[in-house]
Design a protein around this ligand. Structure first.
Ligand SMILES: Cc1ncc(COP(=O)(O)O)c(C=O)c1O
Length: 405
């Protein structure tokens, strides 16, 4: 039986202070105590249901955290001001100087830059590996390794991690398996496959309206408490705190996530099949040609499809830019980074979201110049969208160059 994340979100019930159907927003940075003793106990972590100060937690942030924990099947969760706030907090909580991380080499550029350029300042080293090769993953583990890190579906190459296989390795070596599930909310539930900590950039599909950044760390009560510890909690002390007004708006958007994911996936599947048939090298986990199509199928929950992200290779950066500019001009979407919006977003990752990755390494991992990453929108008439996209492709002369792909 697969996990049913949308049911868990649907079943949440909160009342506002005056019986409102939405929980009241906690519009305060600090909280009063009726007795000094309760304040002391709260600081000591012995008092549930009391709030100290909004960098630590707020009622609104706890509501959103609960909803995300319900979605991911974890005991609890901690929201953060951004996906990077969640990622860096979790890694720094688990690793100290001289520790080692094994990470997928195809991950979001910001995470890669943090591990490659920033963490070494604290003497935390990372080995980047092809995460689809479990032997390679295990081979680089050292006695100092603490964390195994991957994205369930990677940004931007859409490589799929074998989470159950990675979990076995993590358990064997006593490592914490962190999975960034930003590209596949609802479709994949990493904890069902053995992940210890699940992270999202809420900025993307979960919020879905491209109006805020946000992040979350989902895990055990013990781990989330450690992130929030006033003594040595990375999130408490580094301060990537989400504002309550924002967490209230993200919670409202989460209620339609299941409907949106189905439409993103349906549209992406339609376009991926068309682009592939047109002769473009198309990467989409829903295509049988995707090397991990069957793996994704074996891991996915019912109903939500293979996600809204796909890539095509148009042969060169110049062509990619020309096509993206024309698609934007014809109102097919926006030439913009990020994902999960109601309109299609497109960008060339090599020169944008993955530009932190040195060019030689981009080539090695198969991130070519002409790659366009699409976050497919919620278009009601995707056939019309496809015809308009094809027209743009013809206009920029892509079908003359199709042999390049
Ligand atoms: C897979 C993935 N993880 C994490 C992040 C970082 O999230 P944020 O921009 O909310 O800090 C991104 C952003 O693009 C992403 O794509």
């Amino acid at each position: 039986m697969k996990y049913k994340p949308a049911n868990h979100i649907q079943d949440l019930q909160y009342f506002g202070e005056f019986g409102g159907v939405n929980p009241s927003i906690s519009d305060s940075s600090t909280y009063t105590f009726l007795s000094a003793k309760t304040m002391f106990d709260t600081f000591e972590g012995n008092q549930d249901g009391c709030y100290l100060y909004s960098r630590h937690s707020t009622p609104s942030n706890l509501y959103l955290g609960e909803a995300l924990a319900a979605m991911e099947g974890t005991e609890t969760a901690n929201v953060a001001a951004s996906g990077m706030g969640a990622i860096t907090g979790a890694l720094l909580q688990l690793c100290k100087a001289d520790d080692h991380i094994v990470s997928s080499r195809t991950i979001y550029g910001g995470t890669y830059a943090f591990l490659k350029n920033f963490a070494p300042r604290l003497n935390i080293k990372t080995s980047f590996v092809d995460i689809t090769k479990l032997d390679t993953v295990e081979a680089v583990i050292t006695p100092n390794t603490k964390v195994l890190y991957c994205e369930s579906v990677s940004n931007p190459l859409l490589e799929v991690a074998d989470i159950a296989g990675l979990s076995k390795i993590a358990k064997k070596h006593g490592l914490t398996l962190i999975v960034d599930n930003t590209f596949s909310p609802l479709s994949i539930t990493p904890t069902e496959l053995g992940a210890d900590v699940v992270i999202h950039s809420l900025t993307k599909f979960i919020n879905g309206s491209s109006d805020t950044v946000g992040g979350v760390t989902c895990g055990t009560q013990e781990f989330i408490n450690s992130l929030r510890s006033v003594i040595d909690g990375a999130n408490m002390l580094l301060g990537p705190t989400m504002d309550s007004l924002r967490s209230a708006s993200i919670l409202k958007n989460m209620r339609t996530l299941h409907i949106r994911m189905k439409q993103h996936s349906k549209n992406a599947m339609f376009l991926a099949e068309k682009f592939e048939a047109d002769g473009f090298r198309t990467v989409y986990p829903g295509l049988e040609s995707h090397p991990s199509h069957n793996l994704f199928k074996s891991m996915m929950n019912e109903d939500y499809g293979f996600g809204g992200m796909l890539t095509i290779d148009v042969g060169s950066l110049d062509k990619a830019n020309e096509l993206m500019e024309l698609m934007q001009e014809r109102n097919l979407g926006y030439l913009a980074v990020s994902l999960g919006f109601y309109k299609t977003l497109f960008s060339a990752p090599g020169t944008s979201t993955s530009s932190e990755i040195p060019v030689e390494e981009q080539i090695e991992m198969g991130l070519s110049d002409g790659l366009i990453r699409f976050s497919i929108g919620l278009d009601n008439d995707i056939e019309r969208t496809y015809k308009m996209m094809k027209d743009c492709m013809e206009t920029v002369g892509l079908f003359e160059n199709i042999s390049l792909n």
